[in-house]
Design a protein around this ligand. Structure first.
Ligand SMILES: [Zn+2]
Length: 99
C-alpha cells in the first residue's frame, strides 16, 4: 500500500490517522481524519482530508460490484458452515442414542 510522505496534523494537534472509506460514493478511498474521531471523544475534531484522488465512475462501479460479490460469498460460507455444524450435531446425537 502506498504510504503518505507527509503526516497531516489535525485541529486538536495530533497526527492525523489514515483511514479507508467504505461508503458507496468512495469505496476504498483513503482519507486523513482525527484519530480520536468516533471514540467517544467529547470535543469533536472535524479534521478531514482526502489522501487518494476521487474514483472514476467505472472504478467505483467495479469496486462496489466486487464488494457485493465478496459479501454474498461470505454469507454463503457462513450458511454452509452452519449447515455442517447442524449435521455434525445430528450425527453425534444419532450415534449417542444408538450406542
Ligand atoms: Zn483531532
Amino acid at each position: 500500500m502506498e504510504m503518505p510522505e507527509v503526516i497531516l496534523v489535525c485541529y486538536c494537534g495530533n497526527p492525523a490517522k489514515l483511514n479507508m472509506s467504505w461508503s458507496n460514493d468512495n469505496p476504498g478511498r483513503r482519507f486523513f481524519g482525527c484519530k480520536k474521531f468516533g471514540n467517544g471523544f467529547r470535543q469533536l475534531c472535524r479534521f478531514f482530508s482526502w489522501f487518494d484522488p476521487p474514483l472514476t465512475p467505472r472504478s467505483r462501479f467495479v469496486v462496489l460490484g466486487l464488494l457485493k460479490k465478496l459479501r454474498s460469498l461470505e454469507d454463503a460460507r457462513k450458511r454452509e458452515r452452519r449447515r455442517w455444524l447442524l449435521l455434525l450435531v445430528i450425527v453425534t446425537i444419532f450415534l449417542f442414542l444408538k450406542a
